[in-house]
Design a protein around this ligand. Sequence first.
Ligand code: CP
Length: 309
Amino acid sequence: MKQLSTAHLLGIKHLKKEDINLIFETADHFKEVINRPIKKVPSLRDITIANLFFENSTRTKLSFELAEKRLSADIINFSASQSSVKKGETLIDTVNNILSMKVDIVVMRHPNVGASMFLSKHVDAKIINAGDGAHEHPTQALLDSYSIKEKLGTVKGKKIVIIGDILHSRVALSNIFALQLQGAKVKVCGPTTLIPKYISSLGVEVETNLKKALAWCDVANVLRVQHERMDLNYFPSIREYTQLFGINKEVLDSLGKKIVIMHPGPINRGVEITSDVADSNQSIILNQVENGVAIRMAVIYLLAQQIKK
Ligand code: CP
């Protein structure tokens, strides 16, 4: 049986093209499973998974939980706001206490860059990064590419523009790595203050004119402005941001072609995207969410195959 080349899923940066192909092939199988009347397989009855969320989440947390349940794994859930982290416990102590309950896989979201890499070096479990600060969100990028492939038949050669707050976005960085690995062309578009200076070193072009960016692309992946990660004012007002970088029906209709609209969520309706676009037939936002379960089942299943019982 084919195996992933990595022992953990810490970021797309550590994956090979063959790993992405294997994850997608496995996700195809699980997508068929989750559309059956009985949406469950017994594959991971001997596996216990801890979901550790040190930062808020709706989609990723529920999607991982559902993926684990569909694979018949035992799961425990941990939320930092209701835990002894508040009493001063360190990350390693918290996780080692959880692991002493015989946990095989840890899914972790953490506000600090590199937290899952750190954990993978200090604890004896498979680690899946569910988002580390403004660094990487690998399962989001995998489900995004999978959704593009599903919609357009391939990722190779497609033109993708990522729009908005690139500076604070782990979704942007993981998407750039994943899309380039599969042969897509990637541009970013947003206020210059929200584009990181290192972006050109990743082989990504910057387009600050939204209409030009949309006219170029096959797919626009629209990001939220991450106010919670901002310690400065990066643009004068939300109103101005929406005027310059908000996606609305008028701008899409003026393109003379139908591009695919994506958004990782959570959406700020009326800020980066209007409701008539988010809910239109050009949008694959809810397909992304559906595909997230199949992708996470695939990642968990493939890492679990490496565990010797
Ligand atoms: N896309 C995403 O990571 O959403 P959540 O923050 O709700 O998990």
